[in-house]
Design a protein around this ligand. Structure first.
Ligand code: ZN
Length: 170
């Protein structure tokens, strides 16, 4: 049937979602997002590939091209860029099954505790984000507060010692 054939031809070779690529030797990693553009987008219906360009793995993505049957069709300004080069490596690893001795292809999941999106290889493998698995349990603010609390306790202890040593009114 005509329709089935069409479906067969357009079957995605790499699915939508968050894909992380890790270079085994250097442990460097890159995260890519593949999403189908919504009806309000000028790319509507096309599958956009973008790379994670900032610290927030929910929002800091920059589009570099679209996914077509043959591979990645880059947007002009990204031709020759390193994000595009790495996206092409992702295609090779994930679709063609090449370079698997050099790169790991990791599918991002969510933290089992707080449901935050995980895109760092160590987190994807452990199933927990850095805060939830205690790798980086204290934020800067928490550390500061803890230091203040420690200082206050120390001060209180000294005051107590002083009052014990020289009871007021004796
Ligand atoms: Zn978490």
């Amino acid at each position: 049937m005509q329709m089935n054939e069409a479906i067969e031809v357009t079957k995605p070779k790499i699915f939508n979602g968050y894909h992380t690529l890790r270079h085994k030797a250097s442990n460097d990693h890159w995260t890519f997002k593949i999403m189908t553009a919504g009806p309000m987008s000028r790319f509507k219906g096309q599958r956009i590939i973008s790379y994670l360009a900032g610290p927030d793995n929910r929002w800091d993505y920059v589009g570099i091209g679209t996914i077509v049957d043959e591979g990645i069709k880059p947007w002009k300004k990204w031709i020759g860029s390193s994000p595009l080069r790495m996206a092409e490596v992702l295609w090779k690893v994930a679709v063609l099954g090449e370079l698997k001795d050099k790169y790991d292809w990791l599918l991002s999941g969510h933290c089992a505790k707080c449901n935050k999106l995980l895109t760092v290889p160590e987190s994807i493998e452990s199933g927990y984000g850095p805060i939830c698995d205690g790798r980086n349990s204290d934020s800067t603010e928490t550390k500061e507060l803890k230091n203040k609390l420690r200082a206050a306790k120390e001060l209180l202890r000294r005051m107590k010692d002083e009052t014990t040593a020289n009871p007021r009114g004796s």
